[in-house]
Design a protein around this ligand. Structure first.
Ligand SMILES: *Cc1c(COP(=O)(O)O)cnc(C)c1O
Ligand code: SF4
Length: 460
């Protein structure tokens, strides 16, 4: 056969993108941790060692402030000290995470914002905020198992994490007690007897096909505990799907890279599941593109090499990822390292983090801008986890949304038929007229009643 003659030049409808502009492929590499004086002499081998990361994880405010001395101003240190005093979450920061923060610009840094509270930026809580805003305890037939949806349940295996996030939805249980005396945390320890009750409950419910194993964070389970939970659940005939939920990949990829015992325990459960035609995956939690480095890619390549599906859940936070540029870069970067962006959550109504919440409108605008920029299966669903236990609802699916009062009303026919669920935008982001109404407590009930009446009238 004659080769086909090339008759034409390649025709472009628009110019090719310069590869230097494809920022999602430019991952931080090298010994970036040496920028931190305390880690200036730490070798790559040490820094990659998960035991070194755990041993050097900072769990005392004094230690954290000590590590930051010389890096930040004394005023910043005092601000953080006062910030922790009023915070519902204890301090816990891995060296890896500390090294990813730009300490030249600590007030603006998106990772600092998520883990280190400042008194100077704190805002008063919305009057409708409370602990356990998702009502996970009310929907728990046994301690640490929330059975809200028809065919899936949430198993809180333990109450510790490799780091503590300021904005944690489960501040009612996760981590040690803090100076916030109001809050005595529910204990959900890694405890065989408690787990036994949970396995028995799941076994007794033939409709349960899908178990989310979370906490706390499964990263803090030992290898034998991963095997125990994974295999016990696989042994229940009607359990078809499991997800191990961990923020670990975002804050300590070292465990995947160098803790072979733990990694193999996870892989064994995934592969045993595959032989049984059951699906075992990992769900993780990246919020900002700076959390994805070359080390992250190496950890995810290791999981991908073993055929492990990884999906991501992001919390939408003001000043962290509430712009198109950042959210788009995050989503592209997740896709690049083979993580499927699954959900973006409108920030739960958690106490003590009003500076991080944003409006439902922000989520709606972002979703519109993001959709179409990449594969549909790499496009996350933007959801509100309906306060009071309505479950996750697509942000656009409200029955009514008043951008002046910031009240949105959702229904959840499959989970709690007939009920209404309210989400409240942060007051400081409302138009003047809305802020004025919230300033008057006598208006609160009226605004809520108006919203419910409108929702009822709109009902389809
Ligand atoms: C999020 C969640 C699940 C899992 O829901 P998906 O939408 O399938 O990710 C299950 N149970 C509870 C209580 C949850 O909050
Ligand atoms: S890792 Fe998850 S469970 Fe742990 S503190 Fe952060 S948000 Fe909460």
């Amino acid at each position: 056969m004659e080769p086909l003659p090339i008759a034409q030049e390649v025709r472009h409808l628009r110019p090719p993108v310069d590869s230097s502009a494809l920022m999602h492929r430019q991952l931080l590499e090298g010994d970036f941790w040496r920028r931190i004086p305390a880690y200036a002499n730490v070798s790559e081998e040490e820094f990659l060692d998960h035991r070194w990361q755990m041993k050097n994880t900072i769990t005392k405010i004094e230690k954290l402030l000590h590590a930051l001395e010389g890096l930040v101003s004394p005023a910043f240190i005092a601000d953080a000290q006062a910030g922790f005093k009023r915070a519902p979450m204890a301090v816990r920061v891995s060296p890896y995470l500390l090294a990813l923060i730009d300490w030249k610009n600590p007030y603006e840094d998106p990772l600092r914002r998520q883990f280190i509270p400042l008194a100077s930026t704190a805002l008063p809580d919305h009057p409708k905020l409370r602990y356990d805003s998702l009502n996970e305890q009310a929907d728990a037939p046994v301690p640490g198992l929330t059975h809200r949806y028809p065919d899936k349940a949430l198993f809180l295996a333990l109450d510790t994490c490799p780091v503590y996030c300021r904005f944690c939805t489960r501040s009612y249980a996760v981590g040690p007690d803090t100076d916030q005396a109001e809050l005595e945390k529910l204990s959900l320890k890694a405890n065989k007897e408690r787990w036994e009750l949970i396995f028995r409950y799941i076994a007794s419910r033939p409709e349960l096909e899908d178990i989310v194993i979370s906490g706390g964070d499964v990263y803090n389970l030992r290898a034998d505990q991963i095997s125990e939970i994974g295999n016990r659940l696989l042994d229940i005939p009607h359990v078809r799907r499991m997800r191990f939920a961990t923020k670990g990949l975002a804050v300590m990829p070292q465990r995947i890279l160098t803790d072979d015992e733990w990694f193999q325990a996870l892989i064994q459960v995934v592969q045993r599941g595959r032989k049984m035609s059951k699906d075992v995956v990992v769900h993780t939690h990246f919020n900002h593109p700076n959390e994805i480095t070359m080390l992250t890619k190496r950890a995810l390549d290791r999981l991908h090499g073993e055929g492990v599906v990884v999906r991501n859940q992001t919390v939408l936070q003001r000043g962290v990822n509430d712009s198109f540029e950042v959210m788009h870069l995050l989503i592209k970067r997740l896709g690049y390292v083979n993580v499927q962006p699954y959900y973006v959550y409108v920030h739960d109504m958690v106490k003590g983090v009003e500076d991080l919440r944003t409006t439902v409108d922000t989520a709606i605008v972002l979703e519109k801008a993001i959709r179409g920029t990449t594969a549909g299966f790499n496009t996350p669903a933007f959801v509100v986890d309906a306060p009071g236990g309505g479950g996750k609802r697509i942000v656009h699916s409200y029955e009514h949304y008043d951008r002046t009062t910031g009240i949105s009303v959702y229904t959840s026919p499959s989970v709690k038929p007939g009920q209404y669920f309210l989400y409240f935008d942060p007051i400081h982001l409302l138009p003047e007229a809305g802020q004025r109404r919230w300033a008057d407590p006598a208006e609160h009930g009226k605004m809520i009643q108006e919203a419910l009446d409108r929702a009822q009238a709109n009902r389809r």
